[in-house]
Design a protein around this ligand. Structure first.
Ligand code: FA5
Length: 336
């Protein structure tokens, strides 16, 4: 009787079960050590001998069926729980994402890379020197002897009587020529230092030096190279002008101007009403500089030039205070 009742109840009860915890309770209730079905087996001791096998088989069959149905129900409930969880975690892929703030290179670096690319395309290679330099390579090798008045052109940070932080990238010239025989065709970008500080002068700034040495290099090569360079950098429509000047390490020397970006050469505040803006210093390498590195000025000649990157960036972006480049103010830097 009891077996029949259990067999009737068990399926109805199983259908009602809604979660895994209740299913486990159900399993213990019927199939646990003291469970209803297990207890039926134990009660067989009181039965007549001939009834036992039939009853035993019936109980075992029921136990097996219940066990199988529990496994099935378990799989169903697990799947139900999984689907519920998935639904809860649904992502709305149409929502806009969070915008990442992209960084970029500093404007000085951008101008520097632009200049490097122009010269690399012309077949130049990039040379490096030292920021901490000796008197010889910064001055003497470049035809600037001790106590020569031209040292005053660059106000120097001295570390001791013979060591300084370089005042210009021209110091790389002799370092390259000492190691390499002509032909030489290099640019040397880098930081330089001078005891200067106002809206157009910074104690640390960047220069790019250029040096070409070979047989038969003339002033025509210098003019051609720098004209191509400046028109590539500033635009084909810019006029380029070569103006005599003086540097101890070049002879003849010249400064190179381009027609004003703001007024196109008519004259304005930016160009101080001259129509021209000075961009770089240059000249044919002085024979003394060639001799100092063991080159024979009767056999080889060359030209050199040097320009300030900050000045070019200021002109290009219309910036009137050089210190803005070095203050790490994101409101300024984000504009580039
Ligand atoms: C020189 O430094 C030479 N070595 C350039 C040169 C190389 C001439 C090879 C001939 C042959 P100068 O002192 O004029 O030249 O400096 C070159 C440029 O550096 C200037 O035109 C200017 O743009 C920049 N400059 C000079 N001082 C500062 C400073 N304190 N802050 C920012 N830029 C500066």
């Amino acid at each position: 009787m009891e077996l029949k009742k259990i067999a009737r109840d068990v399926w109805a009860e199983l259908e009602e079960i809604g979660d895994l915890a209740a299913l486990e309770k159900f399993r213990v209730k019927y199939l646990g050590k003291k469970g209803a079905i297990t207890s039926l087996l134990r009660s067989m001791g009181n039965m007549a001998k001939e009834e036992r096998p039939i009853f035993g088989k019936a109980v075992n069959d029921l136990s097996k069926q219940v066990e199988e149905r529990i496994l099935l129900r378990e799989a169903e409930l697990k799947e139900k729980a999984r689907l519920f969880q998935l639904k809860k975690e649904t992502l709305d892929v149409t929502l806009p994402g969070r915008k990442a703030i992209l960084g970029h290179r500093h404007p000085i670096k951008q101008v520097m890379e632009e200049i490097e690319t122009i010269f690399l395309n012309m077949g130049y290679t990039i040379a490096e020197g030292f920021e901490v330099e000796d008197d010889y390579h910064n001055f003497e090798a470049l035809n600037i002897p001790k106590d020569h008045p031209s040292r005053d052109m660059q106000d120097t940070f001295w570390i001791d009587t013979d060591v300084l932080i370089r005042t210009h990238t021209s110091s790389v010239q002799s370092r390259v020529m000492e190691k390499q025989n002509p032909p030489v065709r290099i640019i040397a970008p880098g930081r330089v230092y001078r005891c200067d500080d106002d809206v157009t002068h910074s104690p640390m700034f960047h220069q790019v030096e250029g040096l070409v040495i070979d047989q038969g290099i003339t002033f025509g090569d210098l003019k051609w190279t720098l004209t191509i360079f400046l028109k590539t950098l500033f635009g084909e429509e810019r006029e380029v002008r070569f103006r005599p000047s003086y540097f101890p390490f070049t002879e003849p020397s010249c400064e190179v101007d381009v027609s004003c970006f703001a007024c196109g050469g008519v004259g304005c505040r930016l160009c101080k009403h001259t129509g021209w803006i000075e961009i770089l210093g240059s000249g044919l390498v002085h024979p003394n500089v060639l001799r100092n590195v063991g080159y024979n000025p009767m056999e080889v000649s060359g030209f050199a030039f040097g320009l300030g990157i900050e000045r070019i960036a200021m002109l290009r972006y219309g910036i009137d205070d050089i210190r803005l480049f070095f203050e790490s103010d994101m409101r300024f830097l984000r504009q580039f």
